[in-house]
Write a protein that binds this ligand. Sequence first.
Ligand SMILES: [Zn+2]
Length: 478
Amino acid sequence: MMYKTIIGLEIHAQLLTKSKAFCSCSTEHFEAEPNINICPVCTGQPGTLPVLNEEALKLAIKTGLILNGQINKFSRFDRKNYFYPDLPKGYQITQYFHPIVSGGYIDVEGKKIRIRRMHLEEDTAKMLHEGDQISSAQESLIDFNRAGIPLLEIVTEPDIETPKQARIFMEKLRNLLRYADVSTGDMEKGALRCDANISILNQENKEISKRVEIKNINSFKFVEKALEYERDRIINNLEKGGELIQETRGWDANKKETFSMRTKEEEMDYRYFPEPDLPILILNDELIETVRKLIPEMPEEKAKRFVSQYNIPEYDAQILSSDKELADYYERCVELAKDAKFVSNFILTELLREMKENEDSIETVKIKPEHFAELKMLLDTNTISTKIAKDIFPEMYRTGDSPKQIVEKKGLKQIENEDELRKIIENVLKENTDSVEKYKNGKKKLLGFFVGQVMKETKGKANPQKTNEILKELLEDN
Ligand SMILES: [Zn+2]
């Protein structure tokens, strides 16, 4: 490969606090009425003073610990000065010179993607432009509910080599943040936002392209798509010998392409200086240890426990524990159905397939853990066969009806009655005299064919074991 892709990410995670970073206003901003959760502090009125939210501090430490970072016992807040309507004070309180966490990493495809730093900062207000785009907007509105919400900015080293790795990094990060109750990680609601920068190294002449930044990517799919698009665009440009400009671009999800937002020349010169209204942060071991104790069981530990406690394969355990809600759902199902392997099989094959096809998340799944228990009971009592169980699963998924209801409604009860089965089987044999002849002449493999015919005749309702027994009996008999 002549070209090497170099990607770094800057991610903003909204910390799961009840109140804002430096005042006591509620952090509810997504569905709240505009400009309702605001006060003199977060709207930047003169004479007000910020007070750091201790919960935000603890969540930042917690994130540093789960991402293998070093918690800095000395850190400090800075002012990032620039003028923009979404910035009420004319500066943003952030950490620039001394971040709260240095280092850290996440494993992606067997490679350690290093994290450079994580720092605390406050969110800006939200601007709404009337019309399609900012340049043609008749009016712009500002909602200050978001101003002052605590964010943790996570900056990676340029260790990511493919757009796919960037997506996996984001997904893993989101899962870890959710696991540790640090952030909802909900990209649709803006609780996790990503800027990506990309450049291309020509490995033959060692020349490196100018760096392009893609701003405000708001879904995992788009992280990958936007970076793929940009990688190809830059390489194309290099091949044609064109001049690449260092710029900031946006992702247009409809056109599936990036577009130029601003070039380097226009980029603002932030003047950073220490925030005089907040004290220097000095952390002691006691606080760090208190936070460490708040970390719940994380995915790797959980996977190990699933293997030993439920006796399921490591692969299954890893998938089930990759998402906290899925893991909780699995455990609740096992508790009720009392068969860990049955539940894991059904979740891994049937449930995850349906979820993927319907682009659902576990939170919106209509099948209740109770339904797994009922399905197991229907199988254990031979009321339905495994095939019927799999057949009705999509309907359970779609409607949220209990398996019992569906089985009754559709008349799917297994045929258990031997006389009834015998009649059906006798008919099948009569209709297939050629095959019966071949079977008797030694082609024993045809047993499967007969079973299949019986199942076809009964729409899968024949008890498989009894069908086998009766078939053998009738075929061996004469
Ligand atoms: Zn406030």
